[in-house]
Ligand binder design. Structure first.
Ligand code: G1P
Length: 276
């Protein structure tokens, strides 16, 4: 029912310089698959087929990745290596990919707003590909959120508990539990000082947004760090209606940091090769 997933992918990835000087951070591989591919797999498993990307300058590798590489295909056709392209070919057959650019780095809220034309007037998923999520015991995180959307029909953010001293790296929520893992949001703050954080429930890079969010973003002033924050727009939406925060089942790797990236690599290596 939710058809489109938006991938804001315009950030510089400064924590991975110099690699990200000419390589989009979303193209960094965990084993042999780029981070963005894991994100697209998650969206597809959650039932979405329209993959919409908000990129920026120096990010063309993302477009090329989701296109046919005739020369390469021709070279490896009929060889023992052909199977290495099976996954991505299959993905390309079943999904559509569209791209737009965020021209100025004005924050996540602005990046999402830049995707308006690709999304249309329907609820959509958002994946920040450098938050890599896995759930070994069942549905992936976005699929879990789609189920909640089907019941409540409002915007939803994924949250997890983090140590209080790290809270200033995240958007933070407060609210009332309405189910075991579901909170009705009544407050949200982007990257607060630990002493101002109302809870230790941090937003991670999975959202389902209803399309009225675009008009709200239009009227949202720059906030933390002078950027238009999706957190601020969502707080308005919560106050005018309802926004839910979902304590997801599974695990999240912060692949925007070197430590999290290495952790994810080790985890996937263990799973893909460890048992062989
Ligand atoms: C963004 C959001 C923040 C959220 C985080 C999750 O921040 O602004 O609310 O907690 O993603 O990864 P960024 O990490 O892009 O600075």
């Amino acid at each position: 029912m939710i058809q489109t997933c938006l991938f804001p992918a315009a950030g510089y990835g400064t924590r991975f310089l110099p690699a990200t000087k000419s390589l989009p951070k979303e193209m960094l591989p965990i084993l042999t698959k780029p981070l963005i591919h894991y994100g697209v797999d998650e969206a597809r498993e959650a039932g979405m087929n329209n993959m919409a990307f908000v990129t920026g300058r120096g990010k063309r590798a993302l477009e090329d990745y989701f296109d046919i590489s005739y020369e390469l295909e021709h070279q490896i056709a009929g060889t023992s290596k052909e199977y290495l392209l099976t996954d991505i070919r299959e993905l390309m057959e079943h999904c559509s990919f569209s791209f737009t650019r965020q021209t100025h780095m004005r924050g996540l809220g602005d990046a999402i707003y830049s995707g308006k034309g690709l999304v249309g007037d329907e609820a959509f998923g958002v994946i920040l590909a450098d938050d890599l999520c896995v759930n070994e015991d069942g549905e992936n995180v976005l699929a879990q959120m789609v189920k909640i959307y089907e019941k409540y029909r409002c915007s939803i953010v994924a949250v997890m508990e983090v140590p209080k001293e790290t809270i200033s790296s995240y958007g933070v929520i407060d609210g009332k539990f309405i189910e075991d893992d579901l909170i009705m949001v009544n407050d949200m703050i982007e990257k607060p000082d630990p002493k101002d954080a109302p809870t230790n429930l941090a937003i991670i890079g999975r959202y389902i947004l209803t399309p009225d969010i675009f008009e709200i973003i239009e009227h949202t002033n720059p906030g933390k760090n002078g950027e238009v924050q999706i957190t601020d727009a969502l707080l308005k939406q919560a106050k005018n209606g309802m926004v839910l925060a979902y304590k997801f089942k599974g695990r999240r790797f912060d692949c925007g940091s070197v430590a999290g990236y290495v952790e994810a690599t080790n985890f996937f290596y263990e799973h893909e090769y460890g048992k062989k």
